[in-house]
Design a binder for this molecule. Structure first.
Ligand code: SF4
Length: 409
């Protein structure tokens, strides 16, 4: 179990158990509010968004909540099933629960924590991009990517956001160009996966933290959401990938949690100078320090790291760059894989997609130097949903305006 989630469970359940039983509605609310001291990142979230949310709570926490409201603990188990498996969105729609329990939940200020789907775009390859409208009217994107796997089965990957926008402004990224609003809460990350399951009417098999935002800048909530996705939504840790462009002092911290998930590190360049040009935030995290942290991550977790490399025509896609990349990786041992992402052109970008010939030459150069490499298939290009394109007209404006609302109907 993740250490931080353990701490959260302890922090949450003790006061409920000790102070609230038997049911006292007003007491319950004030006691819970008193112990759940907001972290600095919470303080940037409006009070309405910090209201008590069921989504993100564990089976044990929901059982405790049922007890605290004078119900038997199995009602908490039912609640767990209803919000995670049946995906009920409103408290009053939890028909399997007694009316009194539903009323108590509402009176105590609880809500399920699901958001409205503001807009949906479907690409010809089946990729679906959703725009979710959060409690405070901010918009986030999440993408569902279906892939036919072996024997006719379908793998459904949810590409989730961890922040509203992103402060890092990587030069090739549409999200970075849109600016940053705030970190997402645990339930706002988890609900993206449920929304994809709703739309596709099937289980999500894989989750990648590759949507809007830098997950390591919101690590606490990302770890909580990871724990919930694993334990409550029942997605295997190995089916989850956390992606980072590199934030100083975070990879070591992540390694200490010993997750069995994949860490994807966005490299995009084989040397510091070029990397700083493509990823401005790299100035504060030299490449050799990043590679050292990656090596330690592998030693600590035994999990192979995926190095992501966006191929930008004429910028980082020459055979010389491939050779330099191989040398860099050889210098840091083994336990990695390179994932090449031919750039998807975005509106107003100075970058272009490399020619197929250049892409093949880059791959061959890496393979000849014994580097394990794959090329990521581009998905959802026509829905502007492929990697680095998580932006649409709405995101230029961090808050939904009346005009946006009118034009979405
Ligand atoms: S690539 Fe990732 S880290 Fe960089 S600006 Fe875009 S969302 Fe942020």
């Amino acid at each position: 179990m993740i250490a931080s989630s353990m701490a959260l469970i302890q922090q949450f359940s003790m006061p409920i158990a000790r102070l609230v039983r038997p049911s006292h509605r007003t007491c319950f609310r004030s006691c819970t509010m008193a112990v759940a001291t907001p972290s600095p990142s919470d303080l940037s979230v409006p009070l309405t968004t910090r209201a008590q949310v069921l989504l993100g709570l564990s089976d044990e926490e929901l059982q405790q909540l049922a007890l605290d409201l004078g119900q038997q603990s199995y009602r908490g188990k039912q609640l767990h099933h209803l919000i995670y498996q049946r995906k009920v969105r409103e408290i009053q729609d939890l028909y399997q629960l007694p009316r009194a329990f539903r009323d108590d939940l509402q009176e105590a200020g609880w809500r399920v924590g699901r958001s409205l789907i503001f807009s949906t775009v479907t690409a010809t390859d089946g990729t679906v991009k959703l725009l979710l409208k959060l409690h405070d009217n901010r918009l986030i994107e999440t993408v569902g990517i279906p892939v036919e796997a072996d024997k006719g089965s379908v793998r459904l990957t949810a590409c989730v956001s961890s922040q509203v926008g992103c402060p890092l402004r990587c030069t090739f990224c549409a999200t970075g160009k849109g600016g940053f609003s705030r970190n997402l809460q645990r339930h706002e990350i988890v609900e993206q996966v449920l929304a994809i399951e709703d739309v596709f009417k099937r289980r999500v098999t894989n989750v990648v933290f590759m949507g809007m935002g830098e997950p390591m800048l919101n690590m606490k909530r990302v770890l909580e959401a990871h724990h919930c996705l694993n334990k409550d939504v029942q997605i295997g840790q190995r089916m989850i990938t956390i992606s980072t462009v590199g934030v100083p002092n975070t990879i070591k911290k992540l390694a200490s949690h010993k997750l069995q998930s994949t860490l994807a590190v966005s490299l995009h360049a084989p040397n510091q100078k070029l990397r700083e040009m493509i990823v401005p935030s790299a100035k504060s995290y030299p490449l050799d320090a990043l590679m050292r942290d990656c090596k330690e991550y592998f030693l600590e977790t035994s999990r192979r790291i995926s190095f992501e490399y966006a191929l930008l025509a004429g910028v980082n896609d020459s055979v010389d760059h491939a050779v330099e990349l191989a040398q860099l990786l050889h210098g840091w041992g083994h336990g990695y894989h390179v994932n090449l992402i031919p750039f998807n052109p975005i509106e107003g970008s100075e970058y272009h997609r490399p020619h197929k010939k250049a892409e093949k030459a880059f791959v061959s150069a890496l393979e000849s130097l014994k580097i394990a490499v794959s090329v990521r298939q581009t998905r959802g290009l026509d829905a502007n949903a492929a990697c680095g394109q998580l932006r649409n007209n709405f995101q230029k404006n961090p808050l939904v305006t009346d005009k946006d609302l009118a034009s979405s109907h």
